[in-house]
Design a protein around this ligand. Structure first.
Ligand code: PGA
Length: 266
């Protein structure tokens, strides 16, 4: 009997794992232009039911890329790189979640380490941004990750827990399904460094994140993607890990060849 229950558990876990679609998101950061939008929109990316490909160009290119994608692309989804913490009003220069939705964004990165470091994006602000995005029907890609010092001091999991704490509180309060969000684990020491986390290091944190989120609805549907120097050379090993459901890619998302090279084979 015990063996049977264990087997059913393993089978369920395997099924659920494969239920989560792999998500590969390209974060162009402060790069790219209309020509790059045309190149990406005109490329025949692999269309697989098990794969979502998301391109996050600078906001100003979003709308024209959306038109190009509608016209030429078979499968690209669009994402933004940030959203205002305000919903509307006298906030010169800001872009709201509703505006991003209207411009064609289905996803939006929030809490990226570059925004946390350079633009004072706190955990609380990330939670507010998430609320606006969910209301506007845009899936947040919530980035978390520890510094090198935190890792060296064995503080990785504590940092991730603190970053996710206000997020978790909002999700629980509003009974939001984990299927509506994506978490990006991006260790700061791996971003833009050519030194990615090893698959085992990343898996350990991803597994911990999933455990942390267990009391949020539909945790098995939560996609946790890894970011930090993902390339064609290391993506397969990272994506083979049971709790790594995709990748958030910076540098290697700036050319068609390097991006195509890191997409999963199946
Ligand atoms: P990278 O950037 O792939 O260039 O390391 C990842 C990111 O910042 O999202």
């Amino acid at each position: 009997m015990y063996v049977l229950v264990a087997l059913v558990n393993i089978a369920t876990r395997f099924w659920v794992m494969h239920m989560r679609k792999c998500l590969i998101a390209g974060n162009w950061k402060l790069n790219g232009d209309h020509t790059l939008c045309e190149q990406f929109a005109g490329t025949a990316f692999p269309t697989k039911p098990s794969l979502d490909i998301v391109i996050c160009p600078p906001t100003v290119l979003l709308q024209s890329m959306h038109q190009l994608v509608k016209k030429y692309s078979n499968c690209l989804h669009l994402g933004a790189q940030d959203v205002s913490v305000e919903a509307q009003g006298a906030y010169t220069g800001e872009i709201s979640a509703k505006m991003l939705h209207e411009a064609g964004a289905q996803y939006c990165i929030i809490g990226h380490s570059e925004r946390r470091a350079n633009f004072a994006e706190t955990n609380e602000k990330v939670a507010i941004k998430m609320t606006h995005l969910l209301k506007a029907n845009v899936s947040p890609i919530i980035c978390v990750g520890e510094s090198r010092e935190a890792r060296e001091q064995q503080q990785t999991l504590a940092v991730i827990e603190a970053q996710l704490s206000p997020i978790k509180a909002v999700l629980q309060q509003q009974a939001v399904s984990c299927a509506q969000i994506v978490i990006g684990y991006e260790p700061l020491w791996a971003v833009g460094s050519d030194r990615p986390a090893s698959p085992e290091q990343a898996q350990q944190v991803h597994q911990h994140i999933r455990q942390l989120m267990t009391d949020v609805p539909d945790v098995d549907a939560l996609r946790i993607i890894y970011g930090g120097s993902v390339t064609a050379h290391n993506s397969a090993a990272l994506l083979a890990m049971p709790d790594i459901d995709g990748a958030l890619v910076g540098g290697a998302a700036l050319s068609i060849d390097s991006f195509l090279g890191l997409l999963p084979a199946v």
